[in-house]
Design a protein. Structure first.
Length: 358
């Protein structure tokens, strides 16, 4: 019974990110300025090498269009490697990354304050650095991106080339490498199980590795966030994403927008948002925040252990996803799906990468 209570606590909180609303194709929108940013390295400005007559492309990752461009390059080169994207690049499972980055920009979480310059003080931008520059460098390393001499401008301690980044965030670099290498292996008949195992699995491992490596490095930036409520929100995002990762939720543009629109606040949170009676946030955001404030983070390690068992095979993960999706609309339905996830976790063999000791 405790198990159920733990999990419910968690579901209510993660309803911040997950919801079951249907979104139609014409509601799809690309991140702000997507159409105008570079789609290949050759669209970045040229700079002269001081010591020779050669030139290189100069990428400033703290300039919004440049960082968004890294994503556009990644989407551009990986879409042909994902056969399920034949109808639209919005099916590309990397789209959660630029979409979230666009949300951070729109809500001024990058501290752009009406400009295109990202502030080095921004905690969100610092976290996103390891979810943009890192996958880009890994894709370069495995040879996915056509060769063009380039440099990434270095600021503070943010690593800016592959060698540095292998030293700074080894696990993230390694997992993104694996993801891109996986991607290059051709698959003919893709069904949901293969999508789960060969695409979403490695993608989420890399995503998690980036966050795991990044969080300790960017801790000093937390103090610049405008309120304790926003700090809690950022912290929760960093901690709870693991639980979503375990279900291997699809991260294409359709799914990402669905969650973002309804549950992610379109402005930074203020101290006064703690008093949910008086705030101007949409109802669902408001609701989710209330639950977040009461979430027992001291239970998280335990919850993660249980959740990893409940998501240990494909059959269970599907129901774990349904559980999350229905949480916002019906607790009864969510509980029903949760039960099914438990049954499947026992009934079907766990994936070999998971330990079973239920
Ligand atoms: C030019 O060469 C000097 C000395 O060899 C080196 O320290 C510097 O980093 C080089 N500059 C560039 C832009 O490569
Ligand atoms: C993806 O699709 C959109 C809409 O069709 C298009 O504007 C864009 O150029 C495509 N490519 C990339 C890399 O986004
Ligand atoms: C990638 O970029 C090239 C050149 O800009 C463009 O012609 C092509 O349609 C793009 N591919 C995708 C999948 O967006
Ligand atoms: C930009 O916005 C952030 C957050 O609102 C604020 O802390 C910072 O002082 C602003 N910076 C400038 C240069 O206005
Ligand atoms: C943005 O940054 C660039 C390069 O550091 C600088 O030249 C420019 O003045 C900045 N723009 C604004 C609006 O702060
Ligand atoms: C936010 O939630 C509180 C408590 O449930 C409620 O009283 C308040 O009206 C809500 N605010 C909005 C804007 O929905």
């Amino acid at each position: 019974m405790y198990l159920i209570i733990f999990l419910l606590n968690y579901f209510l909180s993660t309803s911040l990110y997950i919801n079951a609303e249907i979104i139609s194709n014409n509601e799809i929108y690309y991140p702000t300025l997507w159409q105008t940013v570079p789609e290949s390295l050759t669209e970045y400005p040229l700079a002269d090498d001081d010591n020779s007559s050669s030139q290189y492309r100069l990428i400033d990752p703290w300039f919004y269009p440049h960082r968004l461009g890294l994503y556009k390059i990644l989407i551009n080169i990986t879409t042909p490697l994902m056969p399920f994207c034949s109808s639209s690049n919005a099916s590309n499972i990397l789209f959660a990354l630029p979409s979230q980055f666009g949300w951070q920009y729109d809500s001024n979480r990058l501290f752009t304050n009406g400009t295109l310059n990202i502030s080095l003080n921004s905690w969100w931008a610092s976290a996103n650095y390891y979810l943009s520059v890192i996958p880009f460098l890994a894709a370069i390393d495995v040879g996915l991106i056509p060769y063009e001499s380039f440099r990434i401008v270095q600021y503070e301690n943010f690593c800016s080339n592959s060698i540095q980044c292998y030293k700074q965030v080894p696990k993230a670099m390694e997992q993104w490498h694996k993801f891109f290498i996986h991607l290059q292996q051709s698959h003919k008949n893709i069904d949901d199980r293969i999508l789960d195992n060969d695409y979403l699995g490695p993608m989420w491992l890399a995503y998690e590795a980036s966050i795991e490596n990044a969080l300790p490095l960017i801790q000093s930036k937390l103090s610049y966030l405008p309120s304790n409520v926003e700090r809690l929100f950022g912290y929760s995002w960093g901690r709870l994403i693991n639980l979503i990762a375990m279900t291997r939720k699809n991260t294409n543009l359709y799914e990402t927008i669905k969650n973002q629109r309804t549950f992610l606040p379109r402005r930074m949170l203020l101290e006064s948002d703690r008093l949910t009676q008086t705030n101007d946030l949409p109802e669902l955001v408001n609701k989710s925040l209330q639950v977040l404030f009461s979430f027992r983070f001291d239970w998280l390690t335990y919850i993660e252990k249980i959740w990893s068992k409940l998501t240990c095979n494909y059959e269970a993960r599907i129901y774990a996803q349904y559980t999350l999706e229905s949480m916002a609309t019906s607790k009864f339905l969510a509980l029903k799906y949760l039960t099914q996830a438990m049954i499947n976790a026992i009934l079907f063999q766990c994936d070999t990468t998971f330990k079973i000791d239920l």
